[in-house]
Design a binder for this molecule. Structure first.
Ligand code: COA
Ligand code: ZN
Length: 307
C-alpha cells in the first residue's frame, strides 16, 4: 500500500517551460509509460490560451487519452473560469488553479490580484455545484510563490496563511503550497506547512517544490516529517513557470521515488519502469536539458523497494 502519493507534473509544469515542443503522440506514450510505472496521478496539461503557451494547445486531446488509462487520476491546470469550463468539458478528474501569494507574480501570471484570483476560483466552485455528479472535478488551489518570489522578494507567511484560509472558505477540496521559484528551505517548509495546517486542517494536502537552489529533496523530506503525504514532482526535473523570472525545474520524480523507497516508505511506483518512461521523455525532446541523480548513478546494488 502506497504511503506517498506522487502527482507527476512534467507534462504540464515541465513542458510549459521547455524550449522544445513535445509532439502530441509522444506525450501520450510518455504519460502511458508513467502510468504503467505506477504513477496514479498525472497533471497532463493546462487549459490556458494556446497563443500564450503553445506547448499546452493539445491539452484536451491529452486529457481524453489519459482518461483511457486505468487507475489514473487525470489533472489539468486552469487559470480562470474559461479554463475551468474547458477542463470540465474534457472530463479531467481534477482541476488545479495557480493562486499566487505574491501580488507581483499573480499579476504577471494570471493578470489578476491574489484576491481576484480567489474570486475566480470561488466562481468555479459555484459552477461545479451546478454540474451532474459524474462530471464534477475535484478542485485544488496551489498557493504559488508561498516561500518567496523572484519579483516581490519576501512573501510574508501571514499572507500565505490568509490566502489558504480564503481558498478553503471558497470551497476548494484541497490546497497545495508551492515553492514556484525554489526559495524554500527545510525549516521554512516545516513552519509554513504547520501554520497553514493549523488553520485549514486536512484541506492542506500537497507540497509542490522546485529544485532551483538544490534543496528540493531536503524540502520534500521536511514536508514529509511535517506530515505531508502528497507531492508534486517532475520527471527529469523539467519545469518552471514562464511568468516567474528565474524559475526552473521541479523536484525530480525519479530521485524522490528513490528517497522514499529506500527509506522504506512505499510510493507504489516501480523505479525500473520509471527509468524506462524517462527514456521515452528524453527521446521525445532530445535537446532539452534533463536532470536526475538516479539516471546518472543508477539504482544501488541490492536496492529493495519498500513494501
Ligand atoms: N483558455 C483559452 N482561451 C482563453 C482562456 C483560457 N483559459 N482564458 C481566456 N482566453 C481567451 C479569451 O477568450 C480571449 O480571446 P480573444 O482574444 O479571442 O477574445 C483572450 O484569451 C484574452 O482573454 P482575457 O480574459 O482578457 O485573458 P488575459 O489576456 O487577461 O489572460 C489568463 C488571463 C488568466 C487567461 C492568462 O494570463 C493565463 O492563461 N495565465 C496562466 C499562465 C500560466 O499557465 N502560467 C503557468 C502556470 S503557473
Ligand atoms: Zn511549479
Amino acid at each position: 500500500m502506497r504511503q506517498i502519493f506522487i502527482c507527476e507534473v512534467g507534462p504540464r509544469d515541465g513542458l510549459q517551460n521547455a524550449h522544445h515542443l513535445m509532439p502530441t503522440e509522444a506525450k501520450k506514450a510518455w504519460i502511458a509509460s508513467m502510468a504503467t510505472a505506477g504513477i496514479e496521478e498525472i497533471e497532463v496539461g493546462s487549459f490556458v490560451p494556446p497563443k500564450l503557451i503553445p506547448a499546452m494547445a493539445d491539452t484536451a486531446e491529452i486529457v481524453s487519452f489519459a482518461l483511457t488509462l486505468p487507475n489514473l487520476k487525470v489533472v489539468a491546470l486552469a487559470p480562470n473560469v474559461k479554463g475551468f469550463e474547458r477542463a470540465v468539458v474534457s472530463g479531467a478528474h481534477k482541476v488545479t488553479f495557480p493562486v499566487s501569494a505574491s501580488r507581483a507574480h499573480s499579476l504577471a501570471n494570471v493578470r489578476m490580484t491574489p484576491e481576484q484570483m480567489v474570486e475566480e476560483v470561488r466562481r468555479c466552485v459555484e459552477l461545479r455545484s451546478q454540474l451532474r455528479a459524474n462530471t464534477d472535478p475535484e478542485i485544488e488551489a496551489g498557493v504559488s510563490t508561498a516561500f518567496g518570489c523572484t519579483m516581490q522578494g519576501e512573501v510574508p507567511e501571514d499572507d500565505v496563511v490568509r490566502l489558504a484560509v480564503m481558498l478553503a472558505e471558497a470551497g476548494v477540496d484541497c490546497v497545495a503550497l508551492a515553492d514556484t521559484v525554489g526559495y524554500a528551505n527545510p525549516s521554512q517548509v516545516r513552519r509554513l506547512f504547520a501554520k497553514v495546517r493549523k488553520e485549514i486542517g486536512g484541506k492542506l494536502e500537497a507540497a509542490h517544490l522546485h529544485n532551483t537552489r538544490g534543496l528540493g529533496l531536503a524540502n520534500a523530506l521536511a514536508a514529509y516529517e511535517e506530515g505531508v503525504r502528497h507531492f508534486d514532482s517532475s520527471m527529469g526535473g523539467l519545469g518552471g513557470c514562464p511568468f516567474a523570472p528565474g524559475a526552473s525545474g521541479n523536484v525530480i520524480t525519479e530521485d524522490l521515488v528513490f528517497m522514499f523507497e529506500s527509506m522504506g516508505v512505499p510510493t507504489g511506483i516501480d523505479l525500473d519502469k520509471l527509468m524506462e518512461a524517462r527514456k521515452l521523455m528524453v527521446a521525445a525532446i532530445p535537446e532539452e536539458p534533463v536532470y536526475g541523480h538516479m539516471a546518472l548513478a543508477g539504482v544501488p546494488k541490492g536496492f529493495r523497494a519498500a513494501v
